[in-house]
Design a protein around this ligand. Structure first.
Ligand code: AMP
Length: 542
């Protein structure tokens, strides 16, 4: 791990891309493939491969506490160092110099430890494991362990450059590396294939599921027009379970987003088996009756049941809405534009005579009015919003990009008051840009979430100024502030949570706007949060 950390230092020290690639290539060549595989992943600032949706769930506050404990310095000192760098890893390196001197951690140890940590349920367990990990590192290594965990090495190395380095290290074609990385969704596996001269094995193979293409969220028709000024394809956003379907001969298998086999939807098989050819489909299985979606909790009744259950299948019928075709009779279609994939899909499904397997209807939208109307109609059909897709885009497995946008109906918005703030990273370094917010519970405020997107840079700068002057307690990384600033936040749903005193947490909150017109006493109440929480079970989660 020491060599890995030194490599990162050298990569950071040069701004020449070519030199960065050379340094990484030389390093990868010089270590065993098994080690290079993990290193490639870490160099992309990833803990786990892109194809996995696994995360570590270790936040900045936990890292802060552990570093404070190991360094044994007064919190004030940590705060001062943090402010100099605006980065937890750099901060750790400086304060841990005197404490962590001998490194015992290898790249492989780190990979295994992170894997174990991701399986731990209790935050306290993860915290203890991270502490043990850092104690086996020296200060420089600890810095990079923390940077890997926070997801950004900040050494000016994008995944594209790591791909180049792999090509250079093993003398293979860059476009083959890129393609394999796209198909496997795993830069480590890609490296291994490159080292074995087996990149061509990274093909679309029936019954080997690949990562799903993902969408970026938007909130308004105006945003849709901004992203797609020349128009785009729109489809309903179904609220079900994403399923990749592979068929070869008469054999059919379904796979979930985690790439595990899905066995719950027996009634779909006969309708797919009778279709001609071998293919891979992408779509959403939805609880559906009489042309309308049933709430998601209906579909949930069917999840996790491996044995066929006749009356349940009758009570909660499902339809597979197919929206993409990735492979057909020997042709890999990932690189083909969506419009072409869809055309072939239409032909393929022409003979699907059942309600259980349907082509997802799509239409063209150009103007804000078109997007708005399509969004409303989707909601009227009981769906959760709109998908907006670039007809020219290839299918990019495991990638969340601008080619696909999703626009969901926010459950509601809440007016909340900011109670604590944290410094941001990167371009927001030195600015108080992460806001913990609360609702009213009697004469107190109780936290319900944390948001960091939605305000303009200028608003954040002004708020930083304001919060610095209205701090109640300075924790360095975080400040408790006087409850004065009111925000309107949107969110996807509400969960029960032990993280906040309120017992609830808003999921995917984003700031809609500053409510300078509202006083803190006027923010929403915990009763309102409870009401929305209960209501989502009546309508199905959003
Ligand atoms: P989210 O789960 O909120 O990130 O939204 C993306 C998900 O929407 C995808 O993973 C699919 O499961 C689902 N989805 C529903 N309808 C569509 C559609 N027409 N096209 C693509 N994804 C869809």
């Amino acid at each position: 791990m020491r060599r890995f950390a030194e490599l990162c230092e050298r990569v950071a020290a040069t701004s020449a891309k070519n030199e960065k690639v050379d340094l990484v290539a030389a390093y990868l060549r010089s270590v065993p493939v098994e080690e290079a595989r993990h290193a490639a992943l870490f160099l992309c600032g990833r803990v786990f491969p892109r194809r996995e949706e696994r995360t570590l769930s270790i936040g900045g506050a936990t890292i802060w506490e552990i570093v404070l404990k190991i360094a044994g310095v007064p919190e004030k000192r940590l705060q001062a160092v943090y402010r100099t760098y605006g980065d937890l890893g750099d901060m750790a390196e400086e304060v841990l110099q005197a404490h962590l001197t001998e490194n015992r951690l290898s790249v492989r140890d780190l990979a295994h430890a992170l894997d174990r940590m991701s399986r731990m349920r209790a935050p306290s367990q993860r915290q203890a494991a991270l502490e043990e990990l850092l104690r086996s590192a020296d200060a420089l290594v600890a810095k990079y362990v923390i940077k890997i965990i926070t997801g950004d090495l900040r050494i000016g190395l994008k995944e594209g450059l790591v791909e180049e380095a792999i090509a250079r290290a093993y003398g293979v074609q860059l476009d083959q590396v890129r393609r394999a990385n796209m198909l496997t969704g795993d830069i480590g596996e890609t490296l291994q294939l490159a080292a074995q001269g087996a990149l061509e094995q990274a093909r679309l193979t029936l019954f080997r599921p690949i990562a799903f293409m993902l969408a970026n969220p938007i909130d308004s028709a105006e945003q849709a027009v901004r992203e797609f000024p020349n128009g785009a394809l729109v489809e309903d956003k179904y609220d079900g379970v994403r399923v990749q379907l592979h068929k070869c001969g008469r054999e059919v298998r379904l796979y979930s987003r985690t790439l595990d086999e899905v066995r719950e939807f027996h009634e779909l098989y006969p309708h797919v088996e009778s279709l001609p050819g071998d293919f891979i489909l992408d779509g959403e299985v939805v609880a559906w009756r009489d042309g309308k979606a049933l709430p998601f909790h209906e579909l949930q009744k069917r999840l996790g049941r491996k044995e066929p259950h006749l009356w349940l299948a009758l009570e909660v019928p499902v339809t597979y809405f197919v929206f993409d075709l990735l492979y057909l009779d020997g042709d890999e279609l990932l690189d083909r534009p969506l419009a072409e994939r869809r055309e072939r899909l239409e032909v393929l499904l022409r003979d699907a005579s059942s309600e259980h397997v349907q082509l997802t209807p799509a239409k063209w939208a150009n103007t804000a009015e078109d997007f708005e109307a399509a969004f409303r109609e989707a909601l009227e059909r009981g769906n959760e919003g709109l998908m907006i897709k670039d007809p020219q885009a290839p299918y990019l497995p495991g990638t969340r990009g601008r080619h696909w946008l999703k626009w969901k109906q926010p459950l509601a918005t809440l007016d909340v008051v900011v109670t604590a703030v944290e410094y941001g990273h990167g371009k927001r370094r030195g600015l108080l840009s992460d806001y913990t917010f609360a609702v009213r519970a009697g004469d107190r405020f109780v936290d319900v979430g944390k948001a960091y997107s939605g305000l303009t840079d200028d608003e954040i700068r002004q708020l930083t100024d304001f919060f610095l002057r209205h701090t109640i307690q300075d924790l360095g990384f975080r400040r408790r502030v006087e409850p004065k600033v009111v925000l309107e936040v949107a969110f996807n749903n509400i969960q029960r949570s032990s993280r906040h005193e309120s017992g609830y947490a808003l999921r995917f909150p984003r700031i809609v706007r500053l409510r300078l017109d509202k006083r803190p006493e006027e923010v929403d109440t915990i009763e309102r949060v409870e009401e929305i929480f209960r209501r989502q079970f009546e309508r199905g989660p959003q």
